[in-house]
Design a protein around this ligand. Structure first.
Ligand SMILES: C[S@@+](CC[C@H](N)C(=O)[O-])C[C@H]1O[C@@H](n2cnc3c(N)ncnc32)[C@H](O)[C@@H]1O
Length: 306
């Protein structure tokens, strides 16, 4: 199976993940075979090579019919994905609380204060479960939605699922009117991890507008997703491109690769205020296979004004 058909690799979630800063990852268990540097700078030559690779794989676009099919059947493709992989993907989340400590703050002043967190595209719970496990807040309520029924079924069947603190439901986030079990202006945090990229670009703004609507004034939108020229984008073969920077993997799931400016523009347009916007460029070297792999992810924190 090609890399482009493996969301787990693409998501970059199963790698040892350090804090930002330039250093060799000596804590990687596989360090003798597989090294990684984060925060690497790209030179012009590399940028041009990436541009050329993308031009090559995106000159031919899929037909409108094919495109409509992938978009309308998107929940089916994700259902099949979870039918095959169950809860075995996107598992290693040791970076989650390092990057987003707001999800389970250690030194919350008042652990009895009621807080609500909502995850869009929660999959099988790889973000929700660490929050439930690590938060000592007595009044925390965690919500999650996904348009894959299979994902929600798997999530609910896990031993760690705690219906007293957590509610999950099937919902397509691109719907104009969200059917959710909470009020507008009610969520302290909304989380989107590798989900906006799975949504067709023409509907992304609508999704963000709804996030804004359901966030509390002062609430935070936390986001991590693919960046432009990530290895996963460069590896697509010609014939897999739906529109510029938007592709279909071998398993029928779709993926977009964002620039910093696109994210800034879309998020700001809703009224959200930028607090963090990081482009995380990482070089991974597999010495055994003589491979250099450049990963690019975007991570942001935007706040709804009071
Ligand atoms: C790459 S997975 C990430 C899953 C999860 N956020 C995680 O990090 O483990 C993308 C998820 O988004 C879900 N998804 C894609 N489009 C969606 C939509 N329009 N509405 C709701 N969920 C969606 C998929 O079913 C899948 O579970």
């Amino acid at each position: 199976m090609s890399e482009a058909s493996q969301p787990v690799e693409d998501a970059g979630d199963n790698e040892k993940r350090p804090q930002f800063g330039t250093r060799l990852l000596t804590d990687d268990a596989d360090v003798f075979k597989h090294n990684a540097w984060d925060h690497v700078q790209w030179d012009t030559e590399q940028e041009e090579a990436a541009q050329a690779a993308v031009e090559k794989n995106s000159t031919v676009k899929m037909s409108d019919d094919q495109r409509e099919r992938f978009q309308s059947d998107a929940p089916k493709f994700w259902n099949s994905f979870y039918g095959i992989h169950d809860n075995g993907f996107f598992k290693d989340r040791h970076w989650l609380l390092t990057e987003f400590p707001e999800l389970a703050p250690n030194e919350a002043n008042d652990k009895t204060q009621a807080r609500s967190i909502f995850e869009l595209g929660c999959g099988v719970g790889n973000t929700i479960f660490p929050i439930l496990e690590l938060s000592s807040e007595t009044q925390l309520r965690v919500y999650g939605c996904d348009f894959s029924e299979r994902a929600i079924e798997i999530l609910r069947s896990q031993r760690q699922f705690d219906a007293k603190r957590c509610e999950v439901f099937v919902m397509d986030a691109t719907e104009e009117q969200w059917q959710v079990p909470f009020e507008e202006n009610s969520q302290d945090i909304i989380v989107m991890i590798f989900v906006l990229s799975a949504i067709e670009p023409s509907k992304m703004q609508r999704v963000l507008e709804n996030c804004y609507r359901y966030l509390k004034p002062g609430g935070l939108l936390l986001f991590r997703d693919y960046g432009r020229y990530d290895l996963a984008q460069l590896r697509f073969k010609s014939g897999k491109c739906l529109e510029d920077n938007f592709y279909v993997r071998g398993d029928g799931t779709m993926v977009y690769f964002f620039t910093e400016q696109e994210i800034r523009d879309m998020f700001s347009k809703t009224g959200l205020k930028e607090e963090q916007l990081i482009v995380d460029r990482r070089l991974q070297v597999n010495r055994g296979r003589g491979l250099k792999m450049y990963r690019v992810w975007i991570q942001t924190k935007f706040r709804k004004p009071l």
